[in-house]
Ligand binder design. Structure first.
Ligand SMILES: NC(=O)c1ccc[n+]([C@@H]2O[C@H](COP(=O)([O-])OP(=O)(O)OC[C@H]3O[C@@H](n4cnc5c(N)ncnc54)[C@H](OP(=O)(O)O)[C@@H]3O)[C@@H](O)[C@H]2O)c1
Length: 283
């Protein structure tokens, strides 16, 4: 099959898909939303990819939120595992390079320093298990792949942790925020830029790509409020175990971008990403 100049992006309504429009010209991206390309529909996946003939596929479609995955593990499996398998089969058939985005939740949180690419995955959540399963399907079937693990993505296109705490701060004088869950908050536009840079090489493989550094939910919230001059809020630090949610994520899952850094790809620190996000958007 003769491939054209387009990059097909699955999950085209998602925040990372939209962020790619910040770094690639619109004419190079084909953002396929769930209504056009449901990745769980094997025949449809084959039909659409054969029609578009993309030179690359960014597979971002997923059941992303860990709580949604915990509430409906079968759906998480269908989208994250079977959906990825459907995409992989067509990539293999037509020799199309694939870029897949995975998660910090492939780790169990027992390490004491940030996780690097060589660390052994041991997912403890449904989100982590299904994404790790998808990673393995890719590794077993393709040579031309990038697996990018990232964490705590935010942008103006998602109702993320930052939106939640800012909207609570408008209504309440007091907010409970988890102090002992730690990871790498990452601005989706910074990730998009790093992905583009990485793709300039053909150094296929597994990469961690997050904003540099690590933060707890509490540190992230405090920094965001300070940068936005929000004060007068009584923040009550709580433990993750006391926060009632369907999924229990690993307590400690920051990532370190060792391989990208060796290639000269260095992302800004998380505080810097947050500062730009808050400057560009009103929460
Ligand atoms: N957000 C994070 O904190 C985070 C952290 C680590 C890794 N990641 C990974 O990074 C990638 C991008 O994340 P994101 O935050 O941009 O995710 P997102 O905003 O949730 O976007 C995912 C998109 O996939 C779509 N989708 C769901 N089921 C689908 C299906 N069966 N077929 C086709 N599309 C489907 C969703 O559509 P609907 O909304 O209409 O269902 C949504 O538009 C994902 O693979 C995610 O797992 C994200």
């Amino acid at each position: 099959m003769e491939l054209n100049n387009l990059i097909l992006v699955t999950g085209g309504n998602g925040q990372l898909a939209k962020s790619m429009l910040d770094v690639y010209p619109k004419r190079e991206l084909y953002l396929a939303t769930k209504s056009e390309l449901d990745v769980t529909d094997k025949n449809l996946v084959s039909k659409i990819i054969s029609k578009i003939k993309p030179r690359k596929i960014f597979h971002f479609a997923s059941l992303t939120r860990a709580d949604d995955c915990a509430r409906d593990p079968d759906l998480a499996y269908r989208i994250n595992v079977e959906g990825t398998r459907n995409i992989v089969e067509v990539c293999k058939k037509f020799d199309i390079p694939l870029l897949f985005v995975s998660t910090n939740e492939v780790f169990d949180g027992k390490k004491k320093s940030a996780y690097i690419e060589k660390d052994k995955a041991n997912p403890i959540t449904i989100a982590g298990k299904t994404k790790f399963h998808a990673e393995n399907i890719i590794k077993e079937n393709l040579k031309k792949y990038f697996i990018i693990r990232t964490s705590w993505l935010y942008s103006k296109w998602s109702r993320n942790f930052l939106y939640v705490i800012f909207s609570k701060a408008k209504e309440l004088k007091q907010i409970r925020i988890v102090k002992d869950e730690i990871s790498s908050p990452t601005y989706s536009l910074d990730l998009a830029a790093a992905i583009k840079e990485l793709l300039l090489s053909d150094e296929f493989g597994l990469y961690h790509l997050v904003n540099e550094g690590m933060a707890s939910r509490l540190q992230l919230a405090k920094k965001a409020f300070a940068l936005s001059d929000v004060d007068g809020i009584n923040i009550i630090p709580i433990s993750l175990k006391d926060f009632d949610r369907p999924s229990k994520p690993p307590l400690f899952s920051p990532l370190k971008n060792t391989k990208a850094r060796e290639m000269g790809i260095v992302l800004p620190r998380w505080e810097d990403g947050l500062r730009r996000f808050l400057k560009e958007n009103t929460l």
